[in-house]
Ligand binder design. Structure first.
Ligand code: ATP
Length: 232
């Protein structure tokens, strides 16, 4: 579904992404794990054309390397950005409405669908984004992205700053979305343990390069990964 070839991102002399190749097949949950500064966010920003890049990105057979971000969203890929970036001065419903900008005719149906997936958001539909807890804000960021009815959902560090029990709930919702609603998922995470538990396949990013690729279960059992990313 997504195929990335020789992707490079440079900020002046800093090479944040050094010619990486990876793919996500339809129906998979794929994770890219790596430490702070490894180049994960830059990779996602490059896929969505939010930063200057070199290389090619193909999505569902088409070359999207040169498309603007809103066209990429219209092609069926949605980003849940690092730090959630919800609108704190707008209500839950207003945040969802913004997420439906490519899809306004379906707004009411999609909103009800989101309230089914995230009952907490239904309870808080008229509350301001800024008044929600961290976990609720992350749910809102995911629901907002889903309002474009993506084939593929791309998430940048959704677990950041959340308590382990909330991460477990949230990742459970991602698994449900993948299984029940056929949403393919690319998940970028520093929380390797949580990400590897729900992923089918995984890549490990270090210093702008992908240094390992395997089934998520195999990486979870690997001594090297345990030592480096799972706290021994
Ligand atoms: P994080 O978990 O902090 O998001 P990351 O793995 O996503 O880390 P990136 O944010 O992609 O990593 O950063 C990769 C490298 O590029 C880092 O060395 C970072 O300091 C640098 N970098 C990122 N954004 C910029 C920018 N706008 N200008 C200059 N350097 C940047």
């Amino acid at each position: 579904m997504l195929k990335v070839n020789n992707l490079k991102v440079k900020y002046g002399v800093i090479e944040a992404v050094r010619g990486i190749d990876f793919e996500v097949k339809a129906g998979e949950i794929v994770t890219i794990i790596g430490a702070n500064g490894a180049g994960k966010t830059s990779t996602l920003s490059a896929i969505f054309n939010l930063v200057k890049k070199e290389g090619t990105v193909r999505f569902v057979e088409g070359d999207i390397s040169k498309l603007s971000t809103d066209k990429i969203v219209k092609h069926g890929m949605a980003l849940v950005p690092e730090g959630r970036r919800i609108f704190i001065n707008l209500t839950v419903e207003e945040n969802l409405k913004i997420g439906a900008y490519t899809n306004e005719e379906n707004y009411e149906n999609l909103k009800e669908e989101m309230f089914r997936l995230f009952p907490r958001l239904k309870q808080k539909r008229n509350n301001y984004g800024g008044s929600l807890s961290g976990g609720e804000q992350q749910m809102l960021a995911i629901a907002r992205a889903l309002m474009s009815e993506p084939k593929m959902l791309v998430l940048d560090e959704p677990s950041l700053g959340l308590a382990p029990i909330i991460v477990k709930d949230l990742f459970g919702i991602l698994v449900d979305l993948n299984k029940n609603d056929d949403v393919t998922i690319l998940l970028v995470e520093q929380n390797a343990a949580a990400a590897l538990k729900i992923a089918d396949r995984a890549y490990v990013m270090e210093n702008g390069s992908l240094v390992m690729e395997d089934d998520a279960k195999a990486l979870l059992a690997s001594d090297e990964i345990k030592k480096k990313y799972l706290g021994g």
